[in-house]
Design a protein around this ligand. Structure first.
Ligand code: PLP
Length: 393
């Protein structure tokens, strides 16, 4: 089909032409000087993206699930007790990864659409007077519901409880779209990956680990090899990897981090917040309900409940085939009952409006009664009334 495909799922996100061009190079010797220069330049940029001076960023050639596993097997010993909060598909998936790796997971299951209440974290940790929990698993942006928990408040709750557990945060769909503060929130292990806010193709995962997490690794006895931090950090210090790295993805990472830092992280976050607000206003104008509870909504994506009788899977097929627009499906209990609009990464006002126009046409074709143009006009008005300041850099 001529024209561009609208990839509006909540990741993988659209890869900017600049990043694609950066990848289009001959593969170089991954044990040579040129490679070492490339690799060494990446870590200071990743530190800026994670907002850390003390944390150590790590890059793995894997999807985000690999980084989940890495966060656990490096810091915990078999049978260690872990407190996990589930507010949707991916926070539950993090907990499942822990259970499958042999850890004793206490899973607190909360309603889909809700956030992680800091007071509940505090209550659970205060009750654990023996300090049996070695880690608390949380999520910065729950991609199945479009909820962004307040990790700073979770950290304050842990501090109030004076609990020494490690704070592990999945920011796979949050990093570089929603404000993330590794040092300020005293995060011990952050888990991220390439195909969301970093505007890269799928294929790389990232961790950022605290000194406390590195110390925990020294004592942790879980078997690990591919995802072991120690050989990775030792080789990275020389500009190399313990095994063959994803060389051209690293060129892409160099370019995308440059783009984010040129725009300025605060501008990136403001742009995402503004796009998300426009989408939410449009959804309300259609008369549809947002999955995320008020106050917890994500700047990255919006999950939308479908009216009774409208099949979400069918909606996605119509959207792709008739309008060349990819939307996200409903997951778990929301399967076929909701759809998700991704508004992250390399995106601007007109792309938001085109996506909303596409949604209006798809919903109408699926029999949803709405005023064509109502969501688009609401978003247009919001954009006009709330101009985004120019990037400071
Ligand atoms: N965590 C979150 C929040 C996600 O959104 C995803 C994927 O979308 C994952 C974990 C799993 O990552 P991957 O599919 O790259 O393994």
């Amino acid at each position: 089909m001529p024209g561009r495909h609208f990839l509006q799922i909540p990741g993988p996100s659209n890869v900017p032409a600049r990043v694609l061009r950066a990848m289009e190079r001959p593969v170089i010797n991954h044990r040579g000087i040129e490679f070492a220069e490339l690799a060494k330049g990446l870590f200071p940029k990743l530190r800026q993206i994670f907002k850390t001076q003390h944390g150590t960023p790590i890059i793995f050639p894997s999807s985000g699930t690999g980084a989940w596993e890495s966060s656990l097997v490096n810091t915990l010993s078999p049978g260690d007790r872990v407190l996990a909060f589930s507010i949707g598909e991916f926070s539950a998936g993090y907990a499942r990864t822990a259970r499958n790796n042999g850890f004793d997971v206490e899973l607190v299951e909360l309603e889909w659409g809700s956030t992680i209440p800091p007071e509940l974290v505090e209550e659970k940790l205060k009750a654990d007077t023996a300090h049996a929990y070695k880690a608390v698993l949380t999520i910065h942006n729950e991609t199945s519901t479009g909820v962004t928990p307040d990790i700073g408040a979770v950290r304050e709750a842990m501090d109030r409880a004076r609990h020494p557990a490690l704070l592990m945060v999945d920011t796979i769909s949050g990093l570089a779209s929603a404000d993330f503060r590794f040092d300020e929130w005293k995060v011990d292990v952050a888990v991220a990956c390439s195909q969301k806010g970093l505007m890269l193709p799928p294929g790389l995962s990232f961790l950022c680990v605290s000194e406390k997490a590195l110390a925990a690794r020294e004592k942790a006895t879980t078997p690990r090899h591919y995802f072991d931090w120690a050989p990775m950090i030792a080789r990275n210090a020389q500009g190399f990897f313990p095994y063959t790295p994803a060389t051209n993805m690293l060129y892409a990472l160099e370019e995308s981090t440059d783009m984010l830092l040129e725009e300025g992280l605060e501008h990136v976050f403001a742009r995402h917040g503004r796009m998300a607000e426009a989408v939410r206003r449009a959804v309300r104008a259609w008369g549809l309900k947002i999955v995320a509870h008020p106050g917890a909504e994500s700047p990255v994506l919006t999950a939308v409940h479908l009216p009774e009788g409208v099949d979400g899977d069918q909606l996605l097929v119509v959207s792709e085939t008739d309008f060349d627009l990819s939307l996200g499906n409903g997951l778990g209990p929301l399967a076929r009952k909701a759809f998700r609009i991704g508004h992250l990464g390399d995106m601007n006002d007109l792309e938001v409006l085109a996506t909303l126009a596409g949604c209006e046409m798809v919903l109408t074709r699926m029999g949803v009664k709405l005023d064509i143009g109502s969501g688009v006009a609401t978003a247009q008005r919001f954009f006009l009334d709330n101009p985004l300041p120019k990037p400071s850099k």
